[in-house]
Design a protein around this ligand. Sequence first.
Ligand SMILES: [Zn+2]
Length: 464
Amino acid sequence: MEYTVRPGDTLFQIAKRFGVTVDAILAANPQITNANMIMPGQVITIPTEEAPPSGTTQYTVKPGDTLFKIAQQFGITLNELLRLNPQISDPSRISPGQVINVPVQAGPPPTGRVYIVQPGDTMYGIARRFGVSLQELIAANPQISDPSRLTPGQRISIPGGEGVPGEIVRTNITYGHANVMADLMALRRRYPFISSMVIGNSVLGRELVAIRLGTGPKEIHYNGAHHANEWITTPLLMKFIEEFARNYEEGSSWNGFDVRAIFRSTSIWIVPMVNPDGVELVQRGLRPGQPFYNELLRWNGGSTNFRGWKANIRGVDLNRQYRANWELARRAGPPGPAPALYAGPAPESEPETKAIANFTRAHNFRLVIAYHTQGEIIFWNYLNLAPTESRSIVNEFSRLSGYRAVSEAPEVAAHGGYKDWFILAYRRPGFTIEVGRGVNPLPISQFPRIWNSNVRVMLYAATV
Ligand SMILES: [Zn+2]
């Protein structure tokens, strides 16, 4: 490729930037007679030892770029961007001017949602996943010549969500990790004031994202889907992000709350899906090629029905993993991997729990809510250690939601839960809200009722 020398460039820097040697550049540029004399504006040839991976092009890093931002911009995940750039050893260190490989921008429009084809996917399955018709999906992807043949890694444009307020997050579909990632991209494009970061990866490498609403100094945190078959809490939080952003943009009062005032005073940090591997297992079942296939069958008592599964993909219950008398949680639960209640080999042994615990330690949360299902109850205490104000806060939660506030007696407390640890470690208000009623996984038809009960709770919690 050709490169135009910029002021301040040296051959050594250029070589480093493109991952080649100075000698290789000199060999490709016989016109350069003195390696110390290159001039701004001069065009030199950069020898590319290997062609960039097919389907990719090159991108020059701009000031302020992060790899996560670039990945979002090109509609891929951070992990996929790293796969295209094996030369990057430390993803947190990229510098302006550096050249990296990115996918060729073809097909998906800049505002749309993008889905990366996974092994075993069909157009029909993807259409169902995103709540669009097969015809719409095919029409949105004219670049696909044969819709019956998809290649894993291929990028599919998901129609809908292009600038229509209130239309990005679908709440009438089986909402999985791919929906979180695709909707997050679309939300960030539609509402550029939404920011997000990757706080870790699941056992199987899925990205755990934290999304921030607001810029204020007061920080609060909501998370969902610690438990796999409680995934309905994820679209609850995603829809809240979308509606909060829309109301912020419109500057309107929402359910009696001044969204712009909340935005200025508070940063609401939301992790919509703590346990993506478990959620995918519940939603899609055991599929050929599934990692831990045989173990999962054994841990599930030989059954291929995983609708009762709460744990992560290693059979560890992520809400028995925190440092709140973990030893007691371990003794109370099964001795090894199981659909639920196994506390794991050590506290925070699982990457998902570790990510949430580290994220919590790295912030100064005034209040946290962990969303679970079901029962329409709110747990607000742990061993009677909750601060006094927790009681008045939960009374207001209860009034707004119609849910019942419960303070478990210390002798019946479960241990190792996220809110338990938060209360124990910080003595600040921490809550577990159990939404919905019925049998897990709750049918998505309960979404409107769950939404109505919780939207004001999420708003109010940001004001206390
Ligand atoms: Zn739960």
